[in-house]
Structures are given as structure tokens and as C-alpha cells.
Design a binder for this molecule. Structure first.
Ligand code: 4NP
Length: 144
């Protein structure tokens, strides 16, 4: 799960998908394309909205996406088109490119829909992001 800062959207996506799969079968992680929040906790608003839905994401710490992630992961879900462009810039071959997908393709195929960045907005943005990611993760689980 990849976003820009790895403190708002992708930590939520990581926590949600982890809650829906068996960790012995499927390894889920998240990262940001930027480095500003490396080592930091998720945004308090993401921690709070996760808690409202019964998830604890306060064990996560920010990290930056690296080219090695193309080797370590089978699927790379990006939150928006900007993240997608940044990740694709680090791809080295067609196999890498094929791993990268907008997460909302799961709900709106071929519509090129972004998960909006809630960082500069209010609490309500986090609830709507949570709902989108929860629905998208249900579809991912079906596919896995
Ligand atoms: P995220 O949100 O990409 O969903 O984690 C952001 C968090 C921090 C910043 C931008 C987006 N920032 O500019 O610091």
C-alpha cells in the first residue's frame, strides 16, 4: 500500500487489509513515496478512525518506498495517480510495471479514480477514506 507520506492513507489501507487476511499467508506493508515521515507514527486522525473501526495501527512506522519493494511484493496498490507516477519511475521492467495498480481500480475499473489525500482536510475526510479503502480491500481479498 503506497501513498505520499505513509502517515494517512496507506497506513489505513495496510491495517484494513491485514485485518482481512491470514498473516501467515499474506504479508501486507505500506510505504510513502516521500521521505518526510520516515520513522513516524501514522497521523493521529488515521489512528483514531482505525480505532473507531476496531483496528490498531499505532504499531506502524513510516518508511519510504524503494526499488527493492518491486522484488518483495506481488501487488503494489497506490492511492493516487501522483503516487503511481512516482512508483513507476522506480520500475525497471514490465514485470514491475504490472504490479502497480490504483487501489480504487478495485471498485471503479478503468475510471482512474484517486483516493483523496485527507491530510489538509478535517476528520470527515478520514472516515470517507476509510470506507473507500475498506470496500477496495474486500475486493482485493476476493482476488487473493
Ligand atoms: P498521505 O498524506 O500521503 O495519505 O500519508 C500526506 C501526509 C503528509 C503529507 C502529504 C500527504 N505531507 O506533505 O507531509
Amino acid at each position: 500500500m503506497v501513498c505520499l507520506g505513509n502517515i494517512c492513507r496507506s497506513p489505513l489501507a495496510e491495517g484494513i487489509l491485514k485485518s482481512k487476511v491470514n498473516s501467515e499467508d499474506i504479508f501486507v506493508d505500506s510505504a510513502g513515496t516521500g521521505s518526510w515521515h520516515v520513522g513516524q507514527l501514522p497521523d493521529p486522525r488515521s489512528i483514531d478512525i482505525a480505532k473507531v473501526h476496531g483496528l490498531d495501527i499505532a504499531n506502524q512506522r513510516g518508511r519510504q518506498f524503494t526499488p527493492k519493494d518491486f522484488l518483495d511484493f506481488d501487488f503494489i496498490f497506490v492511492m493516487d495517480n501522483s503516487n503511481k507516477g512516482d512508483v513507476l519511475q522506480l520500475s525497471q521492467n514490465e514485470s514491475d510495471v504490472k504490479k502497480v495498480q490504483l487501489i480504487l481500480e478495485e471498485l471503479f475499473p478503468n475510471e482512474n479514480v484517486d483516493v483523496p489525500d485527507p491530510y489538509y482536510g478535517g476528520e470527515q475526510g478520514f472516515e470517507s477514506v476509510y470506507q473507500m479503502l475498506d470496500k477496495a480491500c474486500n475486493e482485493i481479498v476476493k482476488r487473493l
